[in-house]
Every structure is written in C-alpha cells, then in structure tokens.
Design a protein. Structure first.
Length: 275
C-alpha cells in the first residue's frame, strides 16, 4: 500500500511538474519575450517609433510602463494579450502588434512625481501643477516629441510653436515674461512706431528671441496688418501718405493692378518683399 501511494504521489508530482514546465515554456517565456521593448524591433513598420526610443532618455522604461495604465488589472491583461500577439505574429508574418494607446497622466506621474515649476537651466517657467492638476491637461498635449519623434530642432523637448497653440493671447497669456525668466519685451518694441521703423533697427540680437521658428520674419509678414480693415481700400491712400511700406509685403505689380502704375508717394526702392 505504502509503495502504491508513493508511486501515485510520484506520478502526481511528475504530472504537476510537466504542467508547470508547459506553462513556463508556452506562456511565461513567450510573455516575457513579447513584453520586452526589444521584441518590437523585429517589426520593420515600427522602426520609426523604435529607433528614436532606443536613443531617448526613456530607453530604460518598458513600453507598458508608459502606454498601459499603471494598475494591476490593465498591466496583467496586457501581458496575457502579448502572449497571444507572440503566437499570432509567428503564424501571420506580416502582422504588427497594435496594442498601445497614448500615455496617460497616471502613467507619467508614476515616475515623474515631482512636477517641476522651472526648467533645469532656470530660464523657463513650467508650472506643471497648474497645467496638470488645475487645467487637467494631458502630459502628451505638450510633450508630443518626448520619445518616439524628435522636434524640428532635433531634440525631444516641446516646441515654442506648440506652447503658442494655447498661449495665443486668448486661451492663455502670450507675454514673454509669462514663461521666460530672462526675456522681456525690449523698450524699443513698445514704441508706437515700432512696426514702421523696425526694418531699420534690426540687429543680430533679434535671433535671441525670434529664432525659435525658421522663417520668423516671413511668418509675421504673412499675417494681415491690423490697419487693413474692411474699408482699407477706401482709406489706404491717407495712410500711405503718412508712411508707405507696401513693398514689405506686396510686389510692385500688386499696386499697378489698380493704379495702372507704381505710385511714387513715399516710394522706397530699397524696400524688398519679405521672402
């Protein structure tokens, strides 16, 4: 009897061991492999996302740390799903996993607990708590170049153009000193005639503030001046008599279309259209 019980126990242990081994080989190992960031390097269609991540400051963070909400249920569900993705990609070679959503604030805050109020250099105010806790903004609204794509300047930091989507003077203030600690509107810019005289006041210092966009002169000149109201066609003659700078935006042919010739009033032949 003792021999039979011992034999039965041995068989049970052996069966249990085989089951555990099967689970490890067929579930645990594939799940481990499929949840490593390196697993996604095997899919050429993900190269544009994988390569920037591999050289970013977040290279030590696994994909699920950012893209899956940081709770046990969602993280466990992701691991089981990736077991299925592992086997599915073996059968369908053209398959590319599509398992990630945009990072949530909860995921970001699981690591970035200290919401800083100023950048490391101290020249830019970044009130993260106001944006996240009060305005309820999502981190990725500003940090869209953080990991998988570089901004036009080749870095992973938010661009000023991105900031100005909200800091446009309407949704949020757009004064330089709202964000910049070492930049303020120069006194010369506050003069009533600054828009008129600034072409002759240009210095190399302009880039210190304006170089955040590639064609900052053209970007400004592409906007319709405030003087060009609905009745501008009737009133522009009076304004041109005081100061003429039509050629800053318009080629000579623009005036000729209506006037038949290039008006000579205050004409400055050295003034060029901003390209």
């Amino acid at each position: 009897m003792a021999g039979r019980l011992s034999s039965q126990t041995s068989h049970r242990i052996a069966r249990a061991g085989l089951i555990v081994l099967a689970v490890v080989v067929l579930v645990v190992v594939p799940g481990y492999i499929a949840t490593r960031p390196a697993y996604f390097s095997r899919f050429p269609s993900l190269d544009d996302e994988y390569e920037p991540w591999s050289t970013s400051t977040h290279v030590s963070a696994a994909c699920q740390n950012c893209h899956i909400p940081p709770n046990m249920i969602r993280q466990t569900a992701y691991r089981f799903r990736m077991v299925g993705e592992f086997y599915y990609s073996l059968v369908v070679r053209s398959h590319t996993p599509d398992v990630f959503d945009k990072p949530t604030n909860a995921a970001c805050l699981s690591c970035h607990e200290d919401l800083r109020a100023v950048n490391p250099k101290g020249d830019l105010k970044i009130p993260h708590k106001a944006h996240v806790n009060i305005l309820k903004m999502q981190c990725v609204q500003c940090h869209n170049y953080l990991v998988h794509e570089k901004n036009p300047a080749g870095t992973n930091t938010p661009t000023m153009a991105g900031c100005l989507k909200c800091h446009n003077g309407d949704t949020a203030k757009n004064n330089c000193t709202v964000c910049h600690t070492k930049k303020a509107t120069p006194a010369s810019h506050k003069a009533a005639d600054w828009l008129v005289v600034h072409p002759k006041q240009v210095t190399s210092d302009c880039n210190a503030c304006h170089a955040w966009t590639k064609n900052w002169c053209a970007d400004c000149h592409a906007r319709r001046p405030k003087s060009h109201t609905a009745d501008w066609r009737k009133t522009h003659g009076e304004q041109v008599a005081k100061h003429r700078n039509c050629e800053a935006c318009h080629a000579a042919s623009f005036c000729i279309r209506c006037h038949g010739q290039l008006p000579k009033l205050n004409y400055d032949p050295t003034l060029k259209v901003v390209q």
